[in-house]
Design a protein around this ligand. Structure first.
Ligand code: ATP
Length: 347
């Protein structure tokens, strides 16, 4: 269990001060995989580095498995860090050491003898699928293999928590899925709590149980992954979702959209529906009930863990009163209706 309470972090002072984290509160239950997503510079790395105190919070506290990290002496902190593994975007392997010796490094630093080191490293290399690479050097490995070595090294000291700092950002999509699969197995088999930061919604969708969205140092959303993907609470959350789903109106249409409606325009809407609404023929019912025509511009259905999410961009064709009634009808049936703008009727 990781508990981040009222954590703020400011780099620099006076006019140079950067408020990287602002009063962040977050609880990550034991054995879960938690994703933190946000734009570049939002504070993701700072947040994850505050967990093992690579960055010390300016205010607030961080506790891992009940141990208050901010109160530990240097020696206690070193010991506590053995229980918190970390992997990085660029792997951070020692190029002059073999794969075996990279994984062995934390155990050597803990003063383990050669026999104990061998007994620990060999099964770890098996776990990450690199038994045949023990004597090779990092330069002889692919990116995915290097990250596997880094994962084995992070697990060497039997941590309860694994921190992943953009661990798949330098990898191609296929290698990314194999590393995510490995992380899922580690979480499942060893019960390790995983906190990962990423700017990729695909990573969150693939393996996380919960997700937090961080914006300009503030935690603005914290939700089950299924809830976040079906109904984000913030505009930024919706933008992440729309980018991920690549559901944006055609460029020619965007250029014709005006913000304000008039007698001669009709609305263009983005509809998001989940649960029962996905399998209900709401659009044909809508056309009958409210006497509007629906011109579908884009549509898709996505599976997010155990949920199904339907998305559609459509023009609602009818009088202002009819299209208003249509939108109210859709909202009453649990669809999220976002008006993207209004276009001239006769164009
Ligand atoms: N050591 C530092 N000294 C001064 N400012 C810093 C330092 N580290 C980070 N910052 C600033 O803090 C803010 C948050 O940075 P952080 O690296 O945590 O964001 P991020 O979300 O991880 O970004 P990215 O996805 O680009 O890595 C940024 O404005 C950044 O410039």
């Amino acid at each position: 269990m990781i508990e981040i309470s009222n954590v703020s972090k400011t780099y620099g002072t006076g006019s140079n001060a950067v408020h990287a984290l602002k009063d962040v509160n977050l609880t990550i239950p034991k054995g879960t995989i938690h994703g933190v997503i946000g734009l570049s510079g939002a504070g993701k790395s700072t947040l994850i580095r505050c967990v093992n105190l690579l960055e010390r919070p300016s205010t607030g506290s961080v506790s891992v498995d009940g141990q208050e990290m901010t109160r530990l002496s240097r020696g206690e902190l070193n010991r506590a860090r053995h229980r918190i593994g970390m992997i990085f975007q660029h792997f951070n392997l020692l190029t002059t050491r073999t794969v075996f010796d990279n994984v062995a490094l934390p155990l050597e630093l803990m003063g383990e003898d050669r026999r104990a080191i061998k007994d620990r490293v060999i099964p770890l290399l098996e776990l990450v699928g690199l038994s045949d690479k023990a004597k090779q050097y990092p330069a002889q490995l692919s990116g995915g293999q290097k990250q596997r070595v880094a994962i084995a090294r992070a697990l060497a000291s039997k941590p309860n928590v694994l921190l992943c700092d953009e661990a798949t950002s330098a990898l191609d999509p296929q290698t990314t899925s194999s590393i995510l699969e490995l992380l899922r197995e580690i979480n499942h088999q060893l019960g390790i709590t995983i906190l990962l930061i990423t700017h990729e919604m695909e990573v969150v969708k693939s393996i996380c149980h919960r997700v937090s969205l961080i914006s300009d140092g503030e935690l603005v959303e914290d939700a089950e992954v299924g809830d976040f993907f079906t109904a984000p609470n913030t505009q930024l959350g919706r933008e992440f979702l729309n980018d991920f789903l690549q559901l944006t109106p055609p460029k020619e249409l965007i250029e014709r959209l005006s913000e304000t409606p008039s007698e001669h325009t009709h609305p263009v809407v983005r509809l998001t529906f989940s649960g029962d609404a996905v399998s209900t023929p709401l659009i044909s019912r809508l056309a009958r009930k409210c006497s509007v025509d629906v011109s579908i511009l884009q549509a898709k259905v996505e599976s997010i863990q155990d949920r199904t999410l339907g998305l559609m961009i459509a023009e609602l064709l009818g009088s202002p009163a009819q299209t208003q009634e249509a939108m109210a009808y859709l909202e009453a049936h649990q669809l999220q209706v976002e008006v993207l703008g209004h276009v001239q009727r006769n164009v």
